[in-house]
Design a protein around this ligand. Structure first.
Ligand code: ARG
Length: 462
């Protein structure tokens, strides 16, 4: 017999693993964050075993008492985690047996670490998703506050980063509210597939004990059981789906970050970000850098990387469980942590933004933003759109040469491009007129923005 500390499976081995292999194969340093759900899963499993007559009342009571103590130790940080015991499951089980003796050894009846770990990840992720859905809603709420306040604040809307047409800052904020709305839907949808019970699948084929999987599922709040034991122990689709949804949220926030960074640059000067989200330069005393948005943009790469890690982790695995699967946790946990911090910081940051309407308006006046309005006006007077487009293009070229905005041209100048133009044109060419004219669902008219804010608030409240 060898002297391997891991007596859980060491019986058939002739020599202990080296220190390096022990460290290489252990997961306790990162999977200990699942300790609470691991205990929750064990308690449900034990309760079920007792109900079906596999575990005595006495054993169940002992397990419940021992687990309560262990939970206490873990919460107080006094639990002694051992690398020799490889992972969270064996650490907890060993401790339980030390505390309560043989009853602890009977807990693992009809169960394997394979279905146990799959259950733990699902319980952990379900909790994380519930928290994240709330954080997404809070970020949406912070954007709605800005949208409401700036429902009529004009700014240039861009395509190709060139001034295109006037929009309101509120409308721009609402675009992100929509993206985040889809993100929340994706998380909620993913949760349905997370929320299925693997336990009862045991190592891969099921168990010879008369388990009642539906009972265990009900005890743990799962909506159903995984219906194939081989699939149940090897499936990590749910983790990939979650990480994909997370990568998309980060992508949305990365785009917003890019905009905040541009807008804060003195070239734009559209906004200021509160000092507590920025840092200075160690060499250039005048600098105030938008560190938080830059890091969000940077950390998006990290979450995208986790998604690729998980996809790659799974692509070569034959059924059923393989040790490869232990590598699912770090990318998943890192994704949860990164996304949680990012959403929290973002809602706070958006609430601390100073909007500079004068700078936005000045910029909107600078790129012939109402040229389309002039073309639409000519079409309404009977000109074909392509002809109207051409007339306006000539007017823009002329105005550019004169260094004037379209609205600064005189009636005589304007009429030289089309005789259809009359005095009403000056309403059309103002930024306010341009905004107000886009008055339909999804348009940038201030009253549409206000209605959309109201709809979203109702949705988030319900
Ligand atoms: N620590 C392992 C993991 O994270 C638990 C399952 C181990 N199962 C096994 N048969 N080695 O996946």
């Amino acid at each position: 017999m060898q002297d391997n500390a891991n007596k859980t499976w060491s019986g058939r081995f002739n020599e202990p693993v080296s220190e390096l292999v022990k460290r290489y194969t252990a997961s306790v340093s990162f999977d200990k964050r699942m300790a609470e759900v691991d205990i929750q899963g064990s308690l449900a499993h034990a309760t079920m075993l007792n109900k079906v007559g596999v575990l005595s009342d006495e054993d169940l009571r002992a397990i419940q008492g021992g687990m309560a103590d262990i939970l206490d130790d873990i919460r107080h940080g006094t639990f002694d985690w051992s690398l020799d015991l490889e992972d969270v499951h064996m650490n907890v089980e060993r401790r339980l047996t030390e505390k309560i003796g043989d009853a602890g050894k009977r807990l693992h009846t009809g169960r394997s670490r394979n279905d146990q770990v799959a259950t733990d990840i699902r319980l952990y992720l379900r909790g994380a998703i519930d928290l994240l859905v709330g954080l997404v809603a809070d970020l949406q709420t912070s954007l709605l506050e800005l949208a409401d306040k700036h429902a009529a604040t004009v700014m240039p809307g861009f395509t190709h980063l060139q001034v295109a047409q006037p929009v309101t800052f509120g409308h721009h904020m609402l675009a992100y509210v929509e993206m985040l709305g889809r993100d929340a839907e994706r998380l909620t949808d993913c949760r349905r597939r997370v929320n299925r019970l693997p336990l009862g699948s045991a190592a891969l084929a099921g168990t010879t004990f008369p388990v009642d999987r539906r009972m265990t599922a009900a005890l743990l709040g799962f909506e159903g059981v995984c219906e194939n034991s081989l699939d149940a122990v090897s499936d990590r689709d749910f983790a990939i789906e979650f990480t994909a949804a997370a990568a998309l949220i980060m992508t949305h926030l990365s785009r917003l970050s890019e905009e905040l960074i541009l807008w804060m640059s003195p070239r734009f000067g559209f906004i200021d970000i509160a000092d507590r989200f920025c840092t200075g330069s160690s060499i250039m005393p005048q600098k105030k850098n938008p560190d938080v948005p830059e890091l969000v943009r940077g950390k998006t790469g990290r979450v995208n990387g986790s998604l690729i890690s998980l996809l790659t982790l799974m692509k070569g695995q034959p059924l059923a469980y393989n040790k490869d699967n232990q590598e699912d946790k770090e990318p998943l946990f890192d994704t949860v942590d990164t996304l949680t911090d990012t959403l929290r910081i973002y809602a706070d940051m958006m609430r601390g933004i100073t909007v500079k309407p004068e700078a936005m308006e000045r910029a909107a006046r600078q790129g012939f933003a109402t040229a389309t309005d002039l073309a639409d006006y000519l079409v309404k007077k009977g000109l074909a759109f392509r002809d109207a487009h051409e007339a306006v293009a000539l007017a823009v070229r002329y105005a550019e040469e004169k260094r004037k905005d379209l609205s600064d041209l005189t009636m005589v100048e304007l009429q030289s491009f089309s005789p259809l133009i009359d005095a009403k044109i000056f309403d059309v060419l103002t930024l306010e007129g341009s905004l107000a004219a886009r008055d339909h669902v999804g348009g940038t008219a201030p009253n549409q923005v206000r209605m959309q804010v109201a709809r979203w608030r109702e949705k988030l409240a319900g």
